[in-house]
Ligand binder design. Structure first.
Ligand code: ZN
Length: 230
């Protein structure tokens, strides 16, 4: 049995497994994150702001109502016919005018708050519509990712079965060398094409080529990888 050829097959399997494992990790990480978290957080902040505005409007409206009640009280007194003194009537009229004047900024403030409320409600409603659209798109995307993850896992399972079938044909001391080189260099086996090691680009001596062709485990004198001739 040509050991370098088996090692080369083992390396093809291992590289494909690395890629499939990396792909499944990447997909799992992507599935574990929520890309819409910032959008949801923004909506949460606007809802908090909406509550604050609603509270402020209630308090401001209560002030307006308070002025209105007091004005009403004075006016009732004014038109009741019970007060006949012109001086007292004039004072009452002045008080009514004064209270009306004091009420104006609160009325303006209520209008401002209502406008801000409407704008915030619109912002929230628009953001919720956009979020819903993004949630649907994300669900579709995640569905695709899950499909890709299943394929990568199935591929990995198949590669592991092929690897398990190959290993008994490779002497264990060669497996140890292979693993050490793989760890050290990423690729343990280097193809030789036109007499040159593809791993480092340096020519391999004819004697080494001869031995490798015969199926011996021979290493490139330059990069130390096990060489393989097709
Ligand atoms: Zn080399």
């Amino acid at each position: 049995m040509n050991i370098p050829r088996l090692l080369y097959q083992l390396q093809e399997i291992d590289l494909a497994s690395d890629a499939a494992r990396e792909k499944s990790t990447r997909i799992q990480n992507e599935l574990a994150t929520d890309p819409l978290a910032a959008e949801r957080a923004a909506i949460g902040r606007w809802q908090t702001e909406l509550k604050r505005l609603q509270h402020e409007l209630r308090e401001n409206d209560a002030q307006v109502d308070d002025f209105t009640d007091r004005i009403k009280g004075y006016e009732e007194k004014l038109y009741s016919g019970r007060i006949t003194s012109p001086k007292e009537l004039t004072t009452l009229q002045k008080d009514v005018e004064l209270l009306r004047g004091h009420r104006v900024p609160y009325e303006d403030k209520s209008l401002e708050l209502m406008e801000a409320l409407e704008a915030t409600e619109k912002t929230i409603s628009d953001a919720e519509i956009a979020l819903q659209r993004h949630v649907e798109a994300l669900a579709a995307h995640n569905g695709e990712l899950k499909g890709q993850l299943n394929s990568a896992m199935a591929e990995l399972f198949e590669l592991e079965a092929r690897r398990a079938g190959l290993l008994p044909e490779i002497p264990s001391e060669v497996q140890v060398q292979y693993q050490a080189l793989r760890k050290q260099k990423g690729k343990a086996i280097s193809k030789v094409e036109q007499g040159t090691c593809r791993g480092c680009g340096i020519a391999v001596s004819p004697a080494w080529l001869h031995r490798a062709r015969a199926g011996d485990v021979v290493r490139c004198a330059n990069c130390n990888r096990i060489i393989y001739l097709e």
